[in-house]
Structures are given as C-alpha cells and as structure tokens.
Design a protein around this ligand. Structure first.
Ligand code: PLP
Length: 397
C-alpha cells in the first residue's frame, strides 16, 4: 500500500511529501500581513515586472474576447501562435524551427513540470543549478528522479564550471537544466560554458532543458542559447514565455520548443492537465511577438538604471558586497560580512526593516550567504529599501 502522510485529517499520497514550493509566494503573504497591520513594506521579493502590459497587446486580447475567442483551442496552441513562436525562435537562436516543435502553455512553468514528468523517473539523475529556481528541484523529486545540484559560484560570476559539470555526469544523467540569464543571480552562461555543455550532452547522450525566460533582459553582451550549437537542436528544450518580456505574468502564457516527438508527449500532458491555454491570451501573444518591440526596450533600459542604483547602493553598505549582474532583474548580494545566516537576515529585514526580499537559501543550499532582491520596483522605492537595509544592518558587524 502507498505510504501516506497527513495534512490535518486528510491522508495525502506519498508523492506530495516530495513536492517543494517557491518561497517568494510565502514571503509575499507575510509581507502583506504586515501591511494589513499598517506597516510599510517595500516589495523586492516577487519576480514580476512592475510595468503594465503594452497597450497594443491588451487591445489584441480585448478584441479577441469581443470577437468570441472564448472557447477551447488546440491543446498545443493555435497555429498562428505556434508559427509566430517558431519564426521568432528560429530568428533569435539561429536554428531551423518548425511550428510542430512548439507547445504553448499557461506560463513557462508548466514546461518545467511537463518535460520533467515526461522524461525522467526513478533511477534517473537530473543536474540542475544551485542556487536556482526552486521548482526545478521540486519537480525532479516529484517525478521520483534524483536531483543533482550543479554549484554556481560567485567567483565564477555565477556561471558553472564545465569540469565540475562533467564530474557530475553519470550514465544515469538524463537531463541537465540550465537557466540564462539566471534567477536568482542575474548571471549569464557564456559561449565557452555553453559549448562545454553541448559537447557533454552529445558525448553522454543527455537532453538539456534551457530556461531562457529572461533572454531579452540582458545588459552586457548577449545570452547565447545552447540550442544553436551543433547537435543540440534535437537535444534541447527551450523554455520561454511572455510573463517577463512583455510584463504579462497574469495572462499565463509561455511555451516550450522541443523535438517534435517530445512535443507530442508534452501535448498529451497538456490534454490531461489543462486542455489548452486561453485563446484570447494566445492572440495577445501573437500581437506581442509580431508587433512593435519598443516597450520591451524601454522596460530593459529602465531595469538597467535600477540595476545600477541597487548595485551601487548595496555596495555602499558595510558588510554587503554585490556583483553587477548581466541579465534578468535580480541582484544576489553577498552578506557574509554581516555575520548572520541568510534566512535570519531576510526575516530581520522584513520584520524590523520593512523590506521584503528572499534568503539566498530559498534557491538551494549554495544560496547561503546571499540575499535575493528583485529590482522590479520603482527607483524611488529602491532608494527607500536601500536606506532601510542600511539602517537595519547597522551595528550587526
Ligand atoms: N523560469 C524562471 C527562472 C522564472 O524565474 C520564472 C518565473 O519566476 C519562470 C520560469 C516561469 O514564469 P511563468 O510561468 O510566469 O512564465
């Protein structure tokens, strides 16, 4: 009989004991509770752009609703969106990409869930970045596979070391997950590391799940994709979407690009789970990809200003050092000089300082010694937060 554990009087399936969570949502609840008591809190915990969805995209969504796009759509996405995504990915990653490789989902997150469930199970090993997005490890465990953390180190600008990756690969390695630009550190995987990864993938016959959700948010150079390298088109699953690039988190709109046979299997999971992604969201996505891109450029320019302000401000606080991240909208300052554990400091900053942010350990063991701050908030609020952080940590050293 299946082993069970309980929540209150309800017995749960054993697999639920293996499912993790994303603590940004928990911290947000705690911050909101403080606000409900009248406390002022600056929100630097949640990873979503504070901009509105560009007007022409909203217009396309509203028009779609008005014209009756309120029914089920094909499970893998409407043909015009799959085609627009295939062209976009083909153009931006320099690969041949047919629409049959594309599966549209409600957000990019289901691509993690569905591809991991489709590809691995007990006995398989999956290498994932640590620190990294917490859902990778959670879903690997949920699928019954073994998670193998790949350390990302500050001295390596939060990139991975190819020799270290190689040392973790075994004959059981089925999948390697990478994320560039990276949440939580803002690091970008450079060309040499991507080439090393591709060589290992071909040599050891594993697949790569490349989470490229922040690929348009790059401030220095570019963020190459492993799919562009020889032998990788049929070994790579790209995860991308509209949440971050077009400030569309609430529209729930993402996609995966993968070998056609896997796309069919992931589509079966879509049919079993959510049937399809809302049609009006998909038509808004077509407008996002094919329409003017100036709103994205404006948003990225604003993020760059905030990045510079938050990095400079953090580096001025004794006991904190912060690298300048090349992408995404997060900073991952080193707080070891303050002599407090990450979790303890994050709690102190929320409860005493009124700044809501995340402990580095919310992203894995290697996040100890760091905090994660999202700078998807106004410059004025970032200045208030910096001031509060400086005052709260004064005297800790
Ligand atoms: N991947 C990473 C690294 C993320 O940080 C996020 C969101 O925070 C996602 C994927 C998923 O975003 P969504 O499901 O909104 O597309």
């Amino acid at each position: 009989m299946e082993q069970r554990f309980h929540t209150g009087s309800i017995a749960l399936a054993e697999r639920m004991s293996r499912l993790g969570t994303e603590s940004a949502f928990d911290v947000l609840v705690r911050a909101r509770a403080l606000e409900a008591q009248g406390r002022s809190v600056v929100h630097l915990e949640i990873g979503e752009p504070d901009f509105d969805t560009p007007a022409h995209i909203i217009e396309a969504g509203v028009n779609a609703l008005r014209s009756g796009q309120t029914h089920y759509t094909p499970a893998a996405g409407i043909p015009e969106l799959r085609q627009a995504i295939a062209e976009y990915v083909g153009r931006t990653r320099g690969v041949r990409c047919e629409a049959e490789r594309v599966v549209v989902t409600p957000g990019g997150k289901p691509i993690m869930f569905f591809t991991i469930l489709a590809l691995v199970g007990p006995g398989d090993e999956v290498i994932y970045p640590d620190p990294g997005f917490p859902i990778y490890e959670s879903v690997i465990n949920f699928a019954g596979a073994t998670p193998v953390p790949l350390p990302l180190r500050e001295e390596n600008d939060f990139g991975f070391d190819v020799a270290e990756l190689k040392s973790l690969v075994t004959e059981r390695t089925r999948l390697v997950i990478v994320n560039s630009p990276h949440n939580p550190t803002g690091g970008i995987i450079g060309a040499a590391a991507q080439e090393g990864l591709a060589r290992l993938a071909v040599e050891h016959d594993f697949l790569v799940l490349s989470d490229e959700i922040y690929t348009r948010m790059v401030y220095e150079g570019s963020a190459p994709s492993v799919i562009s390298l020889p032998g990788m088109l049929d070994r790579t699953i790209i995860l991308d979407g509209f949440s971050k690039t077009y400030a569309m988190t609430g529209w729930r709109l993402g996609y995966g690009v993968m070998p056609p046979g896997l796309a069919e299997q992931v589509t079966r999971l879509v049919i079993n789970c959510n049937s399809c992604t809302p049609g009006f969201s998909q038509l808004a996505a077509v407008a996002a990809l094919t329409g003017p891109q100036d709103a994205v450029e404006t948003m990225v320019a604003e993020f760059r200003r905030r990045r510079d302000a938050i990095v400079n401000g953090l580096n001025e606080i004794p006991g904190i050092t912060c690298r300048t991240p090349a992408g995404a909208f997060y900073v991952f300052p080193n707080i070891t000089g303050l002599g407090r554990r990450s979790g303890e400091l994050a709690d102190m900053l929320l409860n005493e300082g009124g700044v809501s942010l995340l402990a580095g350990t919310a992203f894995g063991q290697n996040g100890e010694g760091y905090l994660r701050l999202s700078y998807a908030n106004s410059l004025a609020n970032i200045e208030v937060a910096l001031d509060r952080i400086a005052r709260t940590v004064e005297g800790l050293r």
